[in-house]
Design a protein around this ligand. Structure first.
Ligand SMILES: Cc1cc2nc3c(=O)[nH]c(=O)nc-3n(C[C@H](O)[C@H](O)[C@H](O)COP(=O)(O)O)c2cc1C
Length: 208
C-alpha cells in the first residue's frame, strides 16, 4: 500500500471496516422480487445484486447469496415479478428483507398489498408504480476461478408483462426520476434516491 493508493486482493481479505466492493459498484438498482411458492405462499424480498441484461427480449437477473425462499419459489414455479423500489416505499422494502421462514408472507410483514398479475401467478406490489412480470429463463450457479461452486445462484428471467403508472409517461416517454427510484450503496445501510437534479444528457459519438 502507498499513501495515496489502497490495494487488496479479495481472496486475502480487504482489511477495511466494511467491504468496499458493493459501495464501489454502486449505487445499484434493487431487484424487489415477489414470488409465490408451489404451495401458494406469497414472498417478497429485495436483491441488489440485480440488473437488466438484454433489451430484446428484455431479460433481468439477480443473485441469491445462498438458497433463499425467492430462489426456491422460482425453481418451483418458473415465475417472478420485479417491483420498483421507490423512496416512499423504502421502509416497506427494508421490512420485506427480514429473514422470515418460508411460511411467512412478507407482503403482510411489510404492510403491502399483493395485486394479481396478468401473465404469471406471482403477485406484484400494488403500491409500486412499476412492475415487470417475468418468466425464469436460466438459473446459473456461480463459480470461482478454481471452478468451485460459490453457493450463489444467478436467476435470469424474461420480462413478459410491464406495468407503468401512466403519470410516469410524459408524452409517452418514461420519466425515470419522477418514479423516485432508490438504489443501494454500500456499508450496512446506505441508499441513494434519484431526483431530476442528477440528470445530465450525452449523445453517443459518431464514427468516422
Ligand atoms: C437492499 C437490499 C438488497 C439485498 N440484496 C441481496 C442480494 O443481492 N442477494 C441476496 O442474497 N440477499 C440480498 N439481500 C438480503 C435478502 O433480501 C434477505 O436475505 C431476504 O430475507 C431474502 O428473502 P427470501 O428468503 O424471502 O428470498 C438484500 C437486502 C436488502 C435490504
Amino acid at each position: 500500500m502507498t499513501t495515496d493508493h489502497y490495494y487488496y486482493e479479495p481472496a486475502r481479505g480487504h482489511g477495511l471496516p466494511h467491504d468496499p466492493f458493493n459501495a464501489i459498484v454502486g449505487p445499484r438498482p434493487i431487484g424487489w422480487i415477489s414470488t409465490r411458492s408451489g404451495d401458494g405462499v406469497l414472498n417478497l424480498a429485495p436483491y441488489s445484486f440485480f440488473n437488466a441484461f438484454c433489451y430484446t427480449p428484455p431479460i433481468i437477473g439477480f443473485a441469491s447469496l445462498g438458497r433463499k425462499d425467492t430462489l426456491r419459489n422460482i425453481e418451483e414455479t418458473g415465475e417472478f415479478v420485479w417491483n420498483l423500489a421507490t423512496r416512499p416505499l423504502a421502509e416497506a422494502m427494508n421490512r420485506s428483507c427480514a429473514p422470515a421462514p418460508p411460511e411467512v408472507d412478507e407482503f403482510v410483514l411489510a404492510g403491502l398489498t399483493p395485486a394479481t398479475s396478468r401473465t404469471v401467478r406471482a403477485p406484484r406490489v400494488a403500491e409500486t408504480p412499476v412492475a415487470f412480470e417475468c418468466r425464469m429463463t436460466q438459473i446459473v450457479e456461480l463459480k470461482n476461478t478454481a471452478g468451485g461452486d460459490v453457493g450463489v445462484w444467478l436467476t435470469l428471467g424474461e420480462v413478459v408483462g410491464v406495468h407503468i403508472a401512466t403519470h410516469l409517461l410524459k408524452d409517452g416517454v418514461y420519466d425515470t426520476a419522477a418514479a423516485s427510484p432508490i438504489l443501494r450503496g454500500g456499508g450496512p445501510g446506505d441508499y441513494f434516491a434519484i431526483t431530476g437534479e442528477q440528470l445530465f444528457r450525452m449523445s453517443r459519438p459518431r464514427y468516422p
